[in-house]
Design a protein around this ligand. Structure first.
Ligand code: GLC
Length: 636
């Protein structure tokens, strides 16, 4: 990165309400000599102070003069307000805001075939009247009443989950179960968990929280993170962060708040959160689209943040595939579940983030190479996933008859898949109509499990073709009892059992068959399902799933996940009042009420990419291909 690209990270430069003095946090990301000095300074304070500068201006560090930069730093007194504007102090995680003003929502779904909710004035009273006859319209009315009260409760809980930093909202806590003492790290703001919360607030027209989240997490990006003696490369976004209140240096009577990020160095299993930066980019675009405020994405520090994530993802490695190579547990499934390699979820988010980033990157000479690399990767990635991850009856039959050990450029069975890998469950499970993208592809290995998030986000981002997207939804309909059952939505199907569970999970007692990540049901996935269904103009599928969830999710206290094959039990170790279960439900409801709002998350198929893809496919690698043509790169 050129020295001119060095940036100042502003604590709240674009959130002028935060501090009247306009404090900011300044940092050089230059790869020049500056970075070494900067790193040393950063390592003295591993946590981020909210307050920092005496100069209100946003300026560049052009010369890497750390001495000058350091002089600019000063701490603001950031004691927690005892009570101001409805904000009160509580617990160890900043101040909590409780909005007592309940807002009632009327859901009017205009789309044909979608649940018809009617406006009701006296909501909760009607539910208690058990003498009403069970005719169609009364049943509808009751359903509407239940839905409305569940929604009201969800909003109340979501607002209660807001975390404050120096008196300003910056995220939502992962779970806020008043009855549980075993919080682990669920008292933190997780980047991935915040996405549905952020979207819910955006859809509601409350933009500040999301803007604050984007800018504060940006400051945490690439802070020095170490696992024992190793510091991995810059650009990584943390998995989560916590607002801590600590004594102010040199003044025992005062406190200050700090943001303390976790890049996986404290997380169970020390897993690197590859998805965080990808989700951050997706949320940034959604913020701009929804609020109309493009100034955030245009900021020089935000542009640099985007580029750092891209550089980290696009860096050359040993990989032979255009898919991103990651370790196990690097995404929503953040424990050992045999998804190391090239898991679909990461590839779908990667593709989505590349598309979103391309839309937001300001054209400038310095990033031409990056944009070229991005375009080439988009093309190669979509070709690879569409071609090699896709299975349906036809493809399965093709694999079943594969020849193996083909040494040549024009091998049909490129990855040397042995047909015996087709498990008996899959032969039974694959519907005649429908198909899906497999979970992972490696040499001699196809992970045939159905992973929901990857498939849903492949639809949303247009990584899957239109036909494939419809086929995925066909499969969801055909396999409703397996994937939705009593609570939407299965995280993956089927569960690993017996010896497979022992070997692949390492006998993980949390991931026993049909529990947690191993075939458990996660209500948060409702929102991604809804966006995917709306994109394909089939919102009725999501509406049905929401109706299923509504029957028990509030009564069950908004669990994190459900167990058993049919999702009948609340998860063995599930946290209750899990924020992304609450927010996922709300986003689904809001989008079903106004499907056009889903465009803030959807990316349509890019015509340049389609043209380039058809060129690539017409010189199909399935046909004869020599070593020379394999060197061809596609520049869109
Ligand atoms: C669990 C989930 C992870 C989530 C976290 C906080 O670790 O696997 O996806 O981000 O809980 O809710």
């Amino acid at each position: 990165m050129a020295a001119s690209e060095a940036i100042m990270r502003v604590c709240d430069g674009l959130v002028p309400l935060l501090f009247s003095s306009g404090p900011y946090f300044s940092k050089s990301l230059s790869e020049s000599r500056t970075s070494e000095k900067y790193r040393k300074r950063a390592s003295h304070s591993k946590v981020l102070n909210c307050s920092i500068s005496i100069s209100p201006q946003f300026s560049h560090v052009s010369s890497g003069n750390v001495a000058t930069t350091q002089k600019r730093y000063a701490k603001c007194k950031c004691q927690r307000p005892q009570s101001a504007n409805g904000i009160s102090s509580e617990g160890g995680n900043g101040a909590w805001f409780v909005d007592n003003a309940k807002e009632f929502y009327t859901v009017n779904v205009n789309t044909p075939n979608v649940l018809e909710f009617k406006e009701i004035s006296s909501k909760k009273e009607v539910t208690s009247n058990s003498n009403l006859p069970e005719n169609g319209s009364v049943r509808d009315t009751l359903q509407t009443v239940i839905a409305d009260s569940v929604e009201d409760e969800a909003w109340e809980l979501l607002r209660e989950s807001i975390v404050y930093y120096c008196g300003n909202p910056i995220g939502t806590i992962a779970a806020k179960d008043p009855s549980s003492s075993n919080v682990l790290n669920y008292d933190q703001v997780f980047i991935r968990d915040f996405i549905p919360s952020g979207i819910a607030f955006l859809l509601k027209g409350e933009y500040d929280l999301v803007c604050n989240f984007i800018l504060h997490t940006l400051q945490l990006q690439s802070w020095e993170k170490t696992v024992d003696c190793h510091s991995p490369g810059q650009g990584l976004m943390p998995a989560s962060f916590k607002v801590r209140t600590v004594p102010l240096d040199g003044d025992d009577s005062a406190t200050e708040e700090i943001l303390d990020p976790d890049f996986g160095e404290a997380a169970i299993g020390r897993v690197a959160p590859v998805d965080s930066g990808l989700w951050w980019i997706i949320l940034l675009r959604a913020y701009g689209k929804c609020s109309g405020d493009l100034s955030v994405q245009e900021r020089i520090d935000v542009q640099t943040g985007i580029k750092m994530i891209l550089r980290l993802c696009l860096a050359d490695g040993f990989d032979m595939f255009p898919t991103l190579l990651v370790t196990d547990g690097s995404c929503m499934i953040d424990r050992r579940m045999g998804i190391h390699g090239h898991p679909l979820e990461i590839q779908a988010l990667f593709y989505s983030a590349l598309i979103c980033a391309r839309e937001m990157l300001a054209p400038e000479d310095g990033s031409a190479d990056l944009v070229r690399a991005l375009n080439n990767r988009l093309l190669a990635l979509s070709f690879h996933i569409r071609e090699y991850y896709w299975i349906d009856m036809r493809k399965l039959n093709e694999i079943y008859r594969y020849k193996t050990e083909e040494y040549s450029y024009d091998a049909v069975n490129k990855f040397n898949i042995y047909p015996d890998q087709i498990s008996p469950w899959l032969v039974e499970w694959m519907p005649n109509k429908g198909g899906y993208l497999i979970g992972n592809l490696q040499p001699a290995h196809m992970d045939f499990r159905f992973f929901s998030l990857g498939n849903l986000w492949a639809i949303v981002s247009s990584l899957a073709t239109v036909d494939q997207s419809n086929a995925i939804l066909d499969l969801i309909e055909a396999k409703w009892l397996d994937l939705v059952a009593d609570m939407p939505f299965k995280i993956c199907y089927p569960a690993l059992e017996g010896q497979e569970w022992q070997i692949i999970t390492g006998c993980d007692p949390k991931n026993t068959p049909w529990s947690y990540h191993n075939g458990g049901a996660w209500p948060t996935l409702l929102w991604q399902l809804t966006v995917a269904c709306i994109k394909m103009d089939r919102p009725e599928i999501a509406a049905r799933a929401v109706e299923v969830a509504e029957k028990r999710i509030s009564k069950d206290k908004w669990p994190e996940y459900y167990d058993t094959k049919r999702a009948r039990f609340i998860g063995k170790q599930a946290h209750l009042f899990q924020t992304w279960s609450i927010a996922g439900y709300l986003v689904a409801k809001l989008l079903l009420a106004d499907p056009s709002a889903a465009k803030i998350l959807i990316t349509e198929e890019d015509s340049d990419l389609v043209n380039a893809l058809s060129c690539a496919i017409s010189s199909n690698p399935r046909r004869k291909r020599g070593p020379k043509s394999s060197q061809k790169s596609y520049i869109v």
